[in-house]
Ligand binder design. Structure first.
Ligand code: SF4
Length: 267
């Protein structure tokens, strides 16, 4: 029978393996990690009981040796399944729902990325809502305006959990969830990405400028040494609903997308 130490070690191994699978390779040295490291004596934890862990689970050091193609292949459905059962950050405890995204999962022309969805008490958001009831309607109209059908786009958020208004994701939560978005981009391979709002712009453009400075230009998101995808930041529909005077600037950004995708005006 496995001892308690072996069970703990096996759980840690499973968690690390899961994190590696979703692309988490670095851990911020927050308070919890520091206290754990101070309190834990690894030499006590990794004692002779390690022999009790099944043989195939002992090759911790060999994970990197396995060619990516021999690891579980990443599919959109696989990522969506992981998102739906994710407990990777503290937000899972407060989430009201979790939405991997909606739209075409086969090389969409456009990937739209927002920050996160807030659901206030009394809201009755339709299932699969990404930015909110009115906001999703606005995104549909934007797509129609540039002659792009909903089947040619995929829409998602950087933070996949829908949370209550009093909950504000921090840098750590955003970083953890960003690994899902990175994998989605790798699998979907959209032709162009449009970030809506500052959270998504900062996550993908990695630039500390304000959104008004960032918008209106194309940037590159690096997928691999040989692959980059153009990114255009613009305003979030929630911001546009409150500040309609910024719709003109967003329309100009949409025109850049239409031009890049060579969308016909009279399609
Ligand atoms: Fe997982 Fe993202 Fe939800 Fe955090 S916000 S629990 S990382 S799905």
């Amino acid at each position: 029978m496995k001892s308690r130490k072996a069970e703990i070690l096996y759980s840690v191994y499973s968690l690390l393996q899961y994190h590696q699978g979703i692309g988490v390779t670095d851990y911020p040295l927050g308070g919890a990690v520091t206290s754990f490291l101070e309190a834990a004596d690894a030499t006590q934890l990794v004692g002779p009981d390690i022999r009790e862990i099944p043989q195939e689970s002992q090759n911790l050091q060999n994970i990197e040796d396995v060619p990516p193609t021999r690891r579980t292949s990443i599919t959109y459905e696989g990522i969506a399944g992981e998102v739906c059962s994710c407990t990777g950050c503290v937000l899972h405890a407060k989430r009201l729902s979790v939405v991997p995204g909606v739209g075409s999962t086969r090389h969409p022309k456009l990937l739209i990325v927002g920050g996160w969805l807030v659901e206030e008490q009394g809201d009755s958001l339709p299932e699969g809502s990404i930015f909110g009831g009115e906001e999703d309607g606005m995104v549909s109209r934007m797509l129609a305006a540039i002659h792009l059908s909903p089947e040619e786009a995929f829409i998602t958020n950087v933070v996949k959990c829908t949370i209550p208004g009093d909950c504000h994701p921090d840098h750590e939560n955003i970083n953890t969830c960003f690994s899902f978005l990175k994998q989605q981009i790798q699998v979907l391979k959209p032709e162009i990405i449009c970030t809506m709002g500052i959270v998504a712009a900062k996550a993908l453009v990695k630039n500390s400028q304000s959104l008004s400075q960032l918008r209106g230009k194309l940037y590159s998101f690096t997928l691999s040494e040989r692959e980059t995808i153009p990114v255009i930041p613009t305003y979030h529909p929630t911001f546009l609903l409150a500040n309609p005077e910024f719709k003109r600037a967003t329309w100009e950004d949409l025109q850049i997308i239409a031009k890049y995708l060579k969308l016909e005006k009279d399609k």
